[in-house]
Design a protein around this ligand. Structure first.
Ligand code: URA
Length: 197
């Protein structure tokens, strides 16, 4: 099956399974993902906000604009990467996703990753990082590449994870913003080292 078909099936499966009926009921629509399905880099955020809920596309609000600006700094555009969230429906009032909500969507995120097969997974914020690296703290782990064997349903998957601060958090905090931009600028080197391995 082609990747596109597999992703379409996955989207339909989420709609059918309805892993979080409370979130779905309050949301406008499923926000599945955006960008190139053949991308080397997959960004994973937390959950859609208001603008994402209305448009059906992840990271189109203020945090998304900042993400686009940082992509430009490393000569990439949204069409070169793939962007998604752990939780695919907007939690009301932009509250943090709850543990049970993250757990409910995790199996679909793992499938989405395994269809796209990115070389590098960039987690945005601690929620996304902790899905893969539960013991890590973002204050120490940000900007450091970790190769991890992720166990899921009796299988192991090798993922290269680069945790970054969440762009929304960085907008309001100048020192986080500086660290985020600095970490972001290292992406091309990290990616080229992974590619030549
Ligand atoms: N924040 C996220 O984590 N995801 C979005 O899609 C938008 C804002």
């Amino acid at each position: 099956m082609e990747k596109e078909e597999e992703l379409n099936n996955l989207r339909l499966q989420i709609e059918r399974d309805n892993p979080s009926p409370e979130l779905k009921e309050q949301a406008t629509q499923l926000v599945f993902g955006d960008g190139s399905i053949d991308a080397d880099i997959l960004f994973i955020g937390e959950a859609p906000g208001k603008k994402e809920d209305i448009s059906g596309t992840p990271f189109v609000g203020r945090a998304g604009k900042f993400l686009n600006e940082m992509l430009e700094k490393i000569n990439l555009s949204r069409e070169d990467v793939y962007i998604t969230n752990i939780v695919k429906y907007r939690p009301l009032n932009n509250r943090d996703p709850l543990n049970n909500e993250k757990q409910a969507f995790l199996p679909y995120l793992i499938k989405q990753i395994n269809i796209i097969k990115p070389r590098l997974i960039i987690t945005l914020g601690r929620h996304s990082m902790n899905c893969f690296l539960p013991e890590h703290r973002i204050s120490e782990a940000h900007g450091k590449l970790t190769n991890t064997l992720y166990k899921y349903e009796d299988k192991e998957y090798e993922y290269n994870i680069l945790p970054l601060f969440h762009p929304a958090a960085a907008i309001y905090n100048q020192s986080l913003k500086g660290s985020l931009v600095e970490d972001f600028l290292t992406i091309p080197k990290i990616l080229s080292e992974l590619t030549t391995k």
